[in-house]
Write a protein that binds this ligand. Structure first.
Ligand SMILES: [Zn+2]
Length: 257
């Protein structure tokens, strides 16, 4: 199973990265299965570096904030009018209201005319895409939001591995439960300690590190860092709370598990 960082800038796109989007891939026989986690601003264009969009098996939305979903409009155009079009309807799983969000984004009168086959997350009810199993857990954010625990085959064929993506969240028991024992925790760290006092929206580097420790994960990758937040500071914060390996996500980096 592989995690490809397509875009990792937090809250808005940045000078060096698109907004949130991650490709998770796993091989089964000759076939590669791919799911795309979120599709924020600028991420569609970056996706073209790593996959043919029509080969993505499903798009999975953590929540409906603009920095996680706006390039669904670009993917819709590609699926309708791009090479080889029209393509099959792309499975799209998101929170309640995903259909209305698409109508706003795409400007069509109803979601039924767009390129997506929409379904809705129910916390604790996993979906399967080939050898990948994706379980949603409720996150702590101002709008309905989910973290994902994704299990799939290891690259070396020795068993299964687990990647956990927090989406956007502050510390909460359900995200800790999602992350427990993960091989890789992809945790947002949008806030800085001593600067961002508001709770219920995002993790700081320190809170991401605490989550990694409490959940006993093998490694921590920090992401969703806005252009106005210091990558070095949130990494240093995380390292004060977690003794394992800590990386900061960059576009194009591939984590093979
Ligand atoms: Zn958000």
């Amino acid at each position: 199973m592989r995690l490809v960082v397509v875009g990792c800038s937090g809250s808005v796109s940045g000078p060096d990265s698109a907004s949130s989007s991650y490709l998770v891939q796993a091989d089964e026989g000759e076939r590669t299965y791919s799911v795309l986690l979120d599709l924020g601003s600028g991420a569609f264009g970056q996706l073209l570096r790593y996959a043919r969009p029509e080969d993505v098996d499903a798009v999975l939305l953590s929540h409906l904030h603009a920095d996680h979903v706006v390039d669904l409009a670009a993917l819709d155009v590609y699926l309708r009018y791009g090479p080889g079009s029209p393509h099959h309807q792309m499975p799209l799983v998101g929170p309640e209201g995903t259909d209305r969000r698409l109508v706003e984004l795409i400007g069509e009168p109803d979601a039924g005319t767009c390129s997506y086959a929409i379904s809705t997350w129910a916390a604790g009810t996993p979906i399967e895409v080939g050898p990948l199993r994706i379980e949603p857990f409720e996150a702590r954010h101002p709008v309905p939001a989910f973290a994902f625990r994704i299990t799939g085959p290891s690259e070396d064929g020795t068993g299964t591995r687990a990647i956990v993506y927090t989406g956007d969240t502050d510390t909460c028991d359900s995200v800790t439960a999602a992350a427990t024992g993960a091989d890789l925790l992809l945790a947002e760290a949008a806030f800085e300690e001593d600067r961002d006092e508001v709770r219920g929206i995002h993790l700081t580097g320190r809170r991401a590190g605490e989550l990694a420790t409490v959940a006993a994960v093998e490694r921590l990758v920090l992401t969703h860092i806005p252009p106005w937040t210091s990558r070095e500071k949130v990494r240093a914060e995380a390292c004060t709370a977690y003794g394992g390996p800590v990386d900061v996500a960059k576009p194009g980096v591939i984590f093979a598990l």
